[in-house]
Ligand binder design. Structure first.
Ligand code: NI
Length: 177
């Protein structure tokens, strides 16, 4: 298993539509997920999508323990989500600050659906079906956007709310994610 280089915004591979996983519980799929987990942990990220390490498959991982970087965020269980489908439960949206390992050193204010259902499979093909809200819902939307070639800066409504983390939040120790 290995920490893999994370592609950065500007690399056109981040703009592609990723393909569904066809076969579950294979050595190749488990190896991909192990590399994604190693990479996310090494960079202290909240989530990672396969295209961020150059693999155009519909695989995301995410999860946050109680983290001083997200003092207002509820913990999100460590999750491997494959071929995800997101269904907003209503039209309510909320803006919140996001970062991305592919956009290091920056933060932006991004509107996301507040409540949603997400469905997909884990690495063995077992069904995942959850209804979530708030920060959990935000993380899922951010990661799944990567599978459709969407990076969070594309969703910022007012680019004045986009900048370098050190300038936006002076004096705070906030790492990339
Ligand atoms: Ni990201």
């Amino acid at each position: 298993m290995a920490v893999r280089p994370v592609l950065r915004m500007g690399d056109e591979r981040l703009l592609r539509i990723s393909q569904p996983v066809q076969r579950f519980d294979t050595p190749e799929l488990h190896a991909l997920i192990a590399d994604m987990q190693d990479t996310m942990q090494a960079l202290n990220g909240a989530g990672l999508a396969a295209p961020q390490i150059g693999v155009p498959l519909r695989v995301v991982i995410f999860g946050i323990e109680a983290n001083p970087r997200y003092p207002d965020a509820e913990p999100v269980p460590q999750t491997v989500l494959i071929n995800p489908v997101i269904t907003p439960l209503d039209a309510a949206m909320e803006e919140g600050w996001e970062g991305c390992l592919s956009v290091p050193g920056m933060r932006g204010l991004v509107p996301r659906y507040l409540r949603l259902r997400y469905q997909g499979c884990d690495a063995r093909g077992a069904v995942i079906d959850r209804t979530v809200e708030n920060f959990h819902a935000r993380v899922v939307q951010h990661e799944c956007d990567h599978l459709d070639g969407v990076l969070y800066p594309m969703r910022i409504l007012d680019l004045r709310n986009f900048g370098f983390t050190e300038e936006l939040f002076p004096g705070q120790k906030i790492e990339d994610d």
